[in-house]
Design a protein around this ligand. Structure first.
Ligand SMILES: Cc1cc2nc3c(=O)[nH]c(=O)nc-3n(C[C@H](O)[C@H](O)[C@H](O)COP(=O)(O)O)c2cc1C
Length: 149
């Protein structure tokens, strides 16, 4: 699957006390238009497995080409590297990455066991195209790259 180029997104969740957790992912997939569903896969070995698997609401920020450093930051284990200034109050009142191409707010729709990952479906409740015309960050062959303009 390393030969399948994907975009890169950051999923973010917020606890009842307001603490934000965020993780870089490339498993975001469009699943259904009616209802509007997307899915992503969560590693069962994640140090934050329970928080992501049990979150009733979550957001996706689809990263722009210039956000590679941010993608690396949110691929670090745990949340020690989290920088609040990376986030803004996005659509649906959820934390989302500032300067991302697009924002999706989701409500958990279904959770399925899938080998050493867990497949999580989210129903999209709000969305915004945050930076129209900008090019995406791309992941291919284990490396980040950019689309040629
Ligand atoms: C480009 C890229 C894509 C990733 N996609 C996923 C993914 O879809 N699902 C996932 O669980 N982890 C994915 N990861 C790994 C997580 O970002 C990272 O391993 C995780 O946040 C590690 O910390 P944790 O154990 O605290 O969760 C990806 C990492 C990178 C660099």
């Amino acid at each position: 699957m390393g030969q399948f180029a994907t975009g890169v997104a950051v999923i973010a969740i917020q606890s009842e006390s307001g603490a934000i957790s965020a993780m870089t992912i490339n498993s975001l997939v469009s699943v259904s238009l009616d209802p509007m569903l997307v899915s992503w896969n969560l590693q069962n070995a994640s140090s934050q497995y329970a928080a992501y698997a049990e979150a009733e609401r979550f957001s996706f920020s689809i990263l722009a080409g210039g956000q590679q450093a941010l993608a690396r930051r949110y691929a670090a284990r745990g949340d020690s590297a989290l920088m609040l200034e990376d986030f803004e109050d996005g659509v649906g009142g959820l934390p989302m990455i500032r300067g991302a191409l697009a924002h999706l707010a989701c409500r958990r729709f279904a959770v399925h066991s899938a080998g050493d990952h867990t497949l999580i479906l989210g129903e999209v409740t709000d969305m915004a195209q945050a930076a129209p015309g900008e090019l995406p960050l791309v992941f291919f062959g284990g490396r980040f790259g950019a689309l040629a303009g």
